[in-house]
Ligand binder design. Sequence first.
Ligand code: IPE
Ligand code: IPE
Ligand code: MG
Ligand code: MG
Ligand code: MG
Length: 316
Amino acid sequence: MAARRRATEKALPVAQPQVDSPEEILGFLREHREAVDRHLPSLLPEASGDAGVVREAMAYALLAPGKRMRPILALAVGSMFGGSPGRLLSPACALEMVHAASLILDDLPCMDGASLRRGRPATHIVYGEATAILAAVALLNRAYGVIVSEPLDGALKEKVRASLAARFSEAIGPGGVIGGQQADLSAEGKTLTLRELEFVHSHKTGSLFIASAEVGALLMSAPEPDRRALENYAKNLGLAFQITDDILDAQGTMESTGKDVGRDDTRTTFVTLCGAGGARQLAAELVDAAVAHLDRFGRRSRLLRDLAFFIARRDR
Ligand code: IPE
Ligand code: IPE
Ligand code: MG
Ligand code: MG
Ligand code: MG
């Protein structure tokens, strides 16, 4: 294997993938985040009369300053295969709609009972629980609307739109985010094993990371072996992301994270099971494992490496 790699290196003298400087990484993340932020408002549906307040709550949750990790992941994968923003942006933004919906629900008193999100009062604090729930459902609904009917560059075949919708459904459903959230809630007050906790994290958070990478790949009709490698990358990255979230809940502040901290005090987390140092180590190992799956893409995967580097060191 090593011999084969050496032979390939000789035949193809391409620059070896390296990690960019922290400034370049932050610059890339900002550029993509701004592209997502510019596009998101155009995707919100019109609404009048009583429904106007639901649209307002949707905009409040969706347009609040988030890191936009999931759409950035989809964009980074899609652009690796030569995708244009006109083709990638709307489906990438649909992922952010799903994520925003999950945050609205996650903060409700019946779930985590959080009151601060993205540096602002949580949606249910501003609009009330009933409107917050409707806004979450409306965002989920709109995400599918975007996938099936938003114009996309490159005459996207209906078959690809159908695959995207199926992929969303799988990632959000009881086998994905919803299943992970239920397992998380059911675990309240119980001590989980490492394996059980990994199930929770890889479903409530990992599922949408995997789907995000796949959205980029599906949009560009990436070959199957590439898709499998990206799935493995995103799987490790998503788990690392939720472990760092556990660390921030235990060690971060409301000012730096923009959300309630200490909400996991009654839950098993990677910090309670491994200690903060152990959790950090595990996250770093998962990020390394994620990046190892990018070898086949060489320098083309630079943005995906940058994203992994950011996740390993994030403080919000
Ligand atoms: C928060 O996600 C919920 C988790 C799955 C950990 P993010 O940390 O991506 O939140 P935003 O989108 O930046 O607000
Ligand atoms: C939430 O996990 C995961 C989803 C929203 C699906 P957390 O409950 O840990 O997220 P935060 O810490 O509230 O952002
Ligand atoms: Mg939660
Ligand atoms: Mg929460
Ligand atoms: Mg958390």
